[in-house]
Design a protein around this ligand. Structure first.
Ligand code: E4P
Length: 214
């Protein structure tokens, strides 16, 4: 499974990149707003650190606006993936970008039929939001499994990018469900490598060694 970081924070992106496990980055307008920076300049910075896909979301909600913004984003660097919402206008823009050879990530996916539609329109990635479904008492992981099955039934090549990942169990369940990619906050990426028995094991090894050899 590929691993993306879900942030617009350049320090976190650098640290995750240095861990040697980072395949790409997803951003969204809320994450950019949190950083208080201009979208285009932050995307440029990110693309200098990471060579894999970097998702850049449009703010526009109409087809023409999405096309204009998406074209602007795509000029920033070759690895930019235009992020569009799972709406009727988003679907139309997805088809247009796909016909022009520009990759897209269809975001805010909350049901499998949206995933089927965007795959038919040539999406490179689809982003089902696990955590936000869990938040309203539904089973986010069931959506990942369902989309996996629909795509496998018909050999659809759109990648399933599990988004709104909130904790390490989400990440593990994504890998078990066969998600192609998971995008996570930096805290989840770091926590995936931490176990108390690893830490106490190191402590004990060092104590025993020091006792024997000083
Ligand atoms: C994905 O591309 C989104 O940026 C993200 O995963 C949203 O997560 P949230 O529900 O924690 O805001």
């Amino acid at each position: 499974m590929e691993l993306y970081i879900d942030t617009a924070n350049i320090d976190e992106i650098r640290q995750a990149h240095d861990m040697g496990v980072l395949d790409g980055v997803t951003t969204n307008p809320s994450l950019i707003a949190k950083e208080g920076v201009k979208y285009a300049s932050r995307l440029e910075e990110i693309c200098k650190v990471v060579s894999g896909p970097v998702s850049a979301e449009v703010i526009a909600t109409d087809y023409a606006g999405m096309m204009k913004e998406g074209i602007e984003h795509s000029k920033i660097a070759p690895q930019i993936v235009v992020k569009l919402p799972c709406t009727l206008d988003g679907l139309k823009a997805c088809r247009s970008f796909s016909d022009q050879g520009i990759k897209t990530n269809l975001t805010l996916c909350f049901q499998s039929l949206q995933a089927l539609m965007v795959a038919k329109a040539g999406a490179f990635l689809v982003s089902p939001f696990i955590g936000r479904l869990d938040d309203i008492g539904q089973d986010g992981m069931a959506l990942i499994r369902e989309i996996r099955q629909v795509y496998d039934n018909y050999g659809l090549r759109t990648k399933v990018l599990a988004a709104s990942v909130r904790h390490t169990n989400h990440l593990l369940q994504c890998a078990l469900a066969g998600a192609d990619v998971a995008t996570c906050p930096f805290s989840v990426i770091k926590s995936s490598m931490i176990h108390p028995l690893t830490d106490s094991g190191i402590k004990k090894f060092l104590e025993d060694y020091r006792k024997a050899f000083g």
